[in-house]
Design a protein around this ligand. Sequence first.
Ligand code: GKR
Ligand code: MG
Length: 424
Amino acid sequence: MKIVRVTVTPIAFRDPPLLNASGIHEPFALRSIIEVESDTGYIGLGESYGDAPALAIQQRVQPQLIGLDPFNLNGLRAIVQATVAAHAPTSLPGAELAPGSHASKAVSNANSAFEVALLDLQAHALNVPLVDLLGGAIRERIPFSAYLFFKYAEHVDSPYAPDHWGEALNEQQIVAQARHMIDSYGFKSIKLKAGALDPEHEVACIKALKKAFPGVPLRIDPNGNWSLDTAIRMAELLGDDLQYYEDPTPGLDGMADLHKRTGLALATNMVVTDFDEFRRSVAQNSVQIVLADHHYWGGLRDTQVLARMCQTFGLGVSMHSNSHLGISLMAMAHVAASVPNLDYACDTHYPWQEPDEEVIKGGKVPIVDGCVQLTRAPGLGLELDHDQLGKLHDQYLSCGIRQRDDVKQMQRYQPDWKAVKPRY
Ligand code: GKR
Ligand code: MG
């Protein structure tokens, strides 16, 4: 079997005004959608970062895959490595919340983008679900968590009609957001994105969630925006409210100190983002839970390797998410189904994306009782809707955004806003 067509289509979809440690989401989030077709007529799909540096690498790799056997994943990696070596990308400051822009992740990002599509194609050719190529499903229902954000009611300058979620800045509004998300999707655990407002206020919101949803596991994620002192102070206020404490303070050293001083289980998608950081984290016991993300860990198979390493070193595993559509969700679900030690419900931004902006046929993937259900359909179980793809590509062309920049976007609300870490 040979690859005869590869398409990389950048798209943009509406994203709500969600607040985070850097600033605020822009009105559109970027992704790339990848299609790979074989001479036998099978098609594999992938979804990855649509930011300019990541997209440039994908577009350079794209023509080089023509003629490759879709089972040749080592061949894919060699092409990606050579391409990145010849065109070393640059990172932009403030890109840490959009790992697609990290120069150091260029190989793993691009490999992952195409590896998922090749695995999907292989599975179609064999008429098996993709998870069968990962050793088979240990679970068929993959648990995800409600992912709450502080947010404004609408974007600056109203680029389109406000989303239906409304403003969420105080305790009552955050509890209402959680209730709406749980009623709609049945989530059984809750994550609050923090690092955006005053830390005491964010902790008060966790307390309000605890009261409103007794027994539901809670997590808070300030994205490294709290100093060590602030993170310790907030840990004292939080007591045993949390299932885990995600990236409260920056750096492997800061996290190691925090764990030593509080004993709390720390999770990360910021200080352990590759195998070298994994080694350093284990050496100093910086984190106890690693949030995997196949998009920047090198793909589905490297995510399995990561999970095995976590098992070896006694660390927990779950999954991180950025704004994404259904192809990414199903890729996450298939790899999560194959990981025996998936200890916690995975993160997903998926509920924040609008139902009329999915690129797969049939619309959004259902999340029921907090879970995505795998079926025996071949591959990822998805088919691309080319009309929707065209619409979202047109939106990419017209939206003007080429590189996520939450700091610059916040300056449109507050001109004196700066990128400061840690801010509190
Ligand atoms: O979308 O604002 C956001 C998140 O903060 C995202 O950028 C992070 O990468 O979700 C992520 C996280 O868990 O840190
Ligand atoms: Mg995080």
